[in-house]
Design a protein around this ligand. Sequence first.
Ligand code: P70
Length: 457
Amino acid sequence: MEPYKIKVVEPIAFTTPQERAEALSAAGYNLFNLPATLITIDLLTDSGTSAMSDRQWSGMMLGDESYAGSRNYFNLERTVRRITGYRHVIPTHQGRVAENLLFTTVLKPGDRVPNNIHFDTTRANVEHNLGVAVDCVVDEAYDVVADHPFKGNMDVAKLDRLIAEVGRERIPLVMLTITNNSGGGQPVSLGNARATSGWCHRHGIPLFFDACRFAENAYFCKQRDPECAQLSIEQIANAFFALGDGCTMSAKKDGLVNIGGFIATNDDALATRLSNMLILIEGFTTYGGLAGRDLEAIARGLEEVLDERYLAHRVGQVRRFGERLVAAGVPILLPVGGHAVYLDALRFLPRIPQPQFPAQALACALYLEGGIRGVEIGGLMFGKPNEATGAWTWPELEMVRLAVPRRVYTDAHLDYVADVCSRLLARRDTIHGLKIVSRAEVLPHFTARLAPVDEAG
Ligand code: P70
């Protein structure tokens, strides 16, 4: 059961099928364009959507809004140092700014940045700085039903191949995303982090963690890896971070807050360069684009997320949600990840070819059927037209992610979602593909507009 009780409630919206059809058409078949007031269950993201605790809300009242040296900054610094062991703690208003700072500081055009799998903003920040984002995850990650406990692991042999191809000087750092979001919220094992770290340090290349979901990753390690069974979540996190040179963090996930992030590192020279850049784009080094009260909420959220009882419920709730879908015959990526269930659109809608965006079509159908908002992680997010030929390359996975916000929905809400998915499966042959009407170059999925293929010709 939930290891907390509910003190504040917010009504959710109920809409008619006709209202949803009109809203979706006006939104250009892109769920990002829908007003949240027309969503019944919002599983777009687990980012910035957490319910804060009474302890966090009371911390907000202790916000010290001094421009420099706010006491809340020092609370955050102390907590981040305790969890990561990194000396320099540079706050940012969200994770992608931490990425932006890091990549604008260390990347040269043509550099390669390996990761298990880059998520959308990480990839875009690398590419924006004229680098090449290279995914080096183990092959099992691409097999949607392979039963592997650590499908987020880095394939060190792929790092070997990359360095043989481009040389050490072309790889300014390696990133390791815990848990691996684009590959289904799958964990990375401590042993794999150790192997990756060993590889990096043998070659003199820094290792950075993309740490948004580090606590969920640590919980999986405790469950699945005998080496971690006797350790606390904090000890597992300590062991991971000790293997790296720094981390970027979107606190909007495991920080249990609605806004915030940071970059932390032990590299003094890098920290100075990052801080100077921070002042240019975010603000002074002790607030980084946040209010003092936000810093306090993050400091307290990072302590709460280490609670094993909380994590057992959190990861267990997502697992139960996945199990209900499996029982209904809905094809999902297995094993179930930490923050979301990923519907496998290629098996759900086998008649829609990838150039007609089956995952986006499925996401739209879920909204029409039940007012549910998920997010496409497939051709719309990661597909790319070739500049010269116009021919598209398609990602290996074509999924709809149903991300579960932290401490927000109960199992009854997720039962409703499972019912809607199963109803949709029964009438899947009535779902049509989509085509693009307009699309931005960078991070196209956020703003693209689409239309059903049968209407648009
Ligand atoms: C998500 C959001 C953000 C993210 C991440 C990893 C592994 C960095 C960041 C950036 C983004 C998103 C996607 C679809 C819909 C809404 C939002 N992930 N690294 O939901 O952090 O957002 O704070 O800049 O997952 O997975 P930030």
